[in-house]
Write a protein that binds this ligand. Sequence first.
Ligand code: KG4
Ligand code: ZN
Length: 339
Amino acid sequence: MSDTYILAIESSCDETAAAVVKNGREVLSNVISSQIALHTLYGGVVPEIASRKHIEKINQVIEEALSEAGMELNQMDAIGVTYGPGLVGALLVGVAEAKAISYATGIPLVGVHHIEGHVSANYIEQEELEPPFLCLIVSGGHTHLVIVKEYGEYEIIGRTHDDAAGEAYDKVARAIGLGYPGGPKVDKLSKEGNPSAIAFPRAQVEGCPYDFSFSGLKSAVLNYLHHAEQLGEEINRADVAASFQAAVVDVLVDKTLQAAKEYGIDKVALAGGVASNSALRAGMEVACKKAGKKLYFPSPIYCTDNAAMIGAAAYYEYKKGVRHGLDLNAVPNLKIGQR
Ligand code: KG4
Ligand code: ZN
């Protein structure tokens, strides 16, 4: 069987990224131009600035991805591109670029769901991983517990009712003065703190055992900080970070393992930016070992936004015969499994 090469493009938020992926699992190049330093100045992603930066960088990033892979555009079998969910202006840059390349070269276009890309990041380094498996998706915009039934086929069994896990990290980080992006900073500071110092709530959603809610936890952290401030008490930021993180990780681990048991699934995978969190990985490892489940997670570079994961997802769509036309549009609120 001949090899399949995908040129993948990702521009849904604040990373302009391109990659060349062979047969869905072998990354020949993975170029990421991050705008984090720029958005840090404003304490979060500014959509208008993100779109402008994507336009400035996208051609260069694609050229680098091809040259690092040692390949020419005309050797690509498909162009995979994220078309949702995400910031509409940011998505449009990648989608317009991919359509232009497809139109000019005749190479087929495959639109990819960003979150399905995060899930597919697990295929890159785990050769033996194949569906079905349970996947906990924890990113800046999403928190989902899904059963990956087949490549590209998902059953959502849990979702957040308010903040996403990464969003909670970012908000708490801002409250304790760590700045944007908060997740990695809270992760680092937590290593110096006591996770049992403050008893923050582990929220359950009435009647929905696999759903999440993080806004109460975020409010509890803010209340704790205000209260201490009013009393003029010194705050141990490392203890706050570690205790907050323990509350998030406990809930994520408990619900994931409970679902794996109930649905009788023996493979558990993590996906999204928060999947690079050291406490979550450690907590999941212990819990999965105890329950006899096999745990998978991508390297940190494939957890946060990148185009290699989009190439992995695009490959399986391409193999199924999915092709998008030049009418492909950015869909900012695209649902998982929606085509
Ligand atoms: O998947 P991602 O790169 O973008 C979205 O699709 O949203 O996720 C970004 C999110 C941010 O909220 C960031 O704070 C969080 O992932 N994050 C982390 C860590 N690294 C990134 N959260 C906790 N611990 C980390 N080490
Ligand atoms: Zn993402």
